[in-house]
Design a protein around this ligand. Structure first.
Ligand code: CMP
Length: 158
């Protein structure tokens, strides 16, 4: 994911007066996101309808352990720290995503995720996330691969 490409596209999106931007501008942001690699423009447009961009202040909690899951997050710029009650903290950076677990199984959030500096994130709400998983098999496979890797990492850090 190119730092400049994603940041400037996302910043341009955020600074428009209406808060939402045209589908064309959106595609510039989405094309930079590794999770969406391989999706055609038509499919990216489908994602664009479901996603929004949000800015988080340094130190703010994007996700709180124990809360109900409402959104899925992809980091467009900045870093966030995943902090679980047990095990090592994990650092996530640009292009990484989180918040999928509570959306997938309906259980409470498994960890706090805190912005290390200012963070720009793309978010998709629960119903949009569920819709995408049903319509985008490559995306669902990528999420499963990440889940498997996180499970292995969690097991080795116990
Ligand atoms: P969720 O449980 O919805 O909210 C907290 C999120 O932190 C979780 O989804 C994952 O996306 C993320 N997370 C939990 N454990 C790990 C881990 N070991 N490595 C990276 N991310 C994690």
């Amino acid at each position: 994911m190119s730092q400049l490409g994603a940041r400037s596209a996302a910043e341009a999106f955020l600074t428009t007066p209406a808060g939402r931007n045209s589908a064309h501008d959106w595609l510039g942001v989405l094309e930079e996101v590794p999770l969406f690699e391989g999706l055609t423009k038509r499919h990216l447009r489908r994602v664009a309808k479901l996603a929004r961009i949000r800015r988080f202040a340094p130190g703010s909690a994007l996700v709180r352990s124990g809360d109900a899951g409402k959104s899925f997050f992809i980091l467009l710029d900045g870093n966030a720290k995943v902090m679980r009650s047990s095990g090592r903290a994990r650092r996530l950076g640009m292009g990484d995503y989180f918040g999928e677990m509570a959306l997938l199984d309906g259980a409470p959030r498994s960890a706090d995720v805190v912005a290390e500096g200012e963070v720009l994130a793309l978010t998709i709400d629960r119903s949009g996330f569920t819709k995408l998983l049903g319509t985008e098999p490559t995306l669902a496979q990528a999420l499963l691969r990440t889940l498997a890797a996180r499970l292995r990492a969690a097991e080795t850090s116990i």
